[in-house]
Design a protein around this ligand. Structure first.
Ligand code: KIV
Length: 272
């Protein structure tokens, strides 16, 4: 057996087992083949081709201008060097406005982009779309809390779940999306007690970004751990390159810190 075929690929069921075993899931974004190889070899469990590429690769001030074509292009590049990690790809703005459109987009991302799971932003209103995708064999990550694709409605990137009503709604949304068949739940900028409550109520793993160490795993944008965020770095991010000294060591340090529950620290957490 060659060394390559001996690599055990992370699957949706691996992630569920990790949650049950209390093993933290380390996730990062990547947008090209070279970085994908570094992340994969460093033991990142899930690589996300995020629509954050609109900001960190294309230079836009939001994720809204990103097209399906862009996601396919970058996903293909990442897939070429992703051997162990599960490859998740974002459905960009306006590419899942109807269930049929979501199916068409997922087909492009998986067949042409070689993704293994799609991620979509939204609350319980996405239940029908998630059901449709799942019915057709598409693994889905639902992204709740702060939804960057709504920036033109929200007017700013704010912490979510501070009021009781907001918190109750987010728990209901998470449960509805899990019932619809979502395999993973990403929580962005969510206060710690709410992230804890959602993680405890769901059987599927939760992945947090600015959502405290109470989630089953963590994700950050690659540029944020390398200290090259365009503009101001978010409060929940950490520059691992400053400590690691090389890109390889920075990624390894991030994976180690997530697995050991040392990241996120108290300074990265939003209280209610
Ligand atoms: O696009 C992206 O990078 C994301 C992160 C916020 C997780 O969705």
């Amino acid at each position: 057996m060659s060394a390559q075929s001996a690599i055990r690929r992370i699957t949706v069921s691996t992630l569920r087992k990790m949650k049950r075993a209390g093993e933290k899931i380390a996730c990062l974004t990547a947008y090209d083949a070279s970085f994908a190889a570094v992340l994969d070899e460093a033991g990142v469990d899930v690589i996300l081709v995020g629509d954050s590429l609109g900001m960190v690769v294309q230079g836009h001030d939001s994720t809204v201008p990103v097209k399906v074509e862009d996601m396919v292009y970058h996903s293909r590049a990442v897939a070429s060097r992703c051997r162990r990690a599960l490859l998740m790809v974002d459905m960009p703005f306006m590419s899942y406005a109807t269930s049929q459109q979501a199916l068409d987009t997922a087909a492009r991302l998986m067949q042409d982009g070689h993704g293994q799971m799609v991620k979509l932003e939204g609350d319980a209103r996405q239940v029908k779309t998630v059901e449709k995708l799942v019915e057709h064999g598409v693994p889905v990550c639902a992204h709740i809390g702060l939804q960057p694709q709504l920036i033109n409605k929200l007017g700013g990137y704010r912490v979510q779940g501070r009021s009781e009503d907001q918190a109750r709604k987010m728990i209901d949304d998470a449960l509805a999306l899990e019932r619809a068949g979502a395999d993973l739940m990403l929580l962005e900028c969510v206060v710690e007690p709410l992230a804890k409550a959602i993680s405890e109520r769901l059987t599927i793993p939760t992945i947090g970004i600015g959502a405290s160490g109470r989630c089953d795993g963590q994700i950050l944008v690659l540029q944020d751990i390398l200290g090259i965020t365009p503009g101001r770095a978010p409060r929940f991010a950490n520059n691992f390159l400053a400590e690691g000294g090389s890109i390889q060591r920075a990624v390894e340090a991030y994976v180690r810190a997530v697995k050991a529950s040392e990241f996120p620290g108290e300074e990265h957490v939003f209280e209610s």
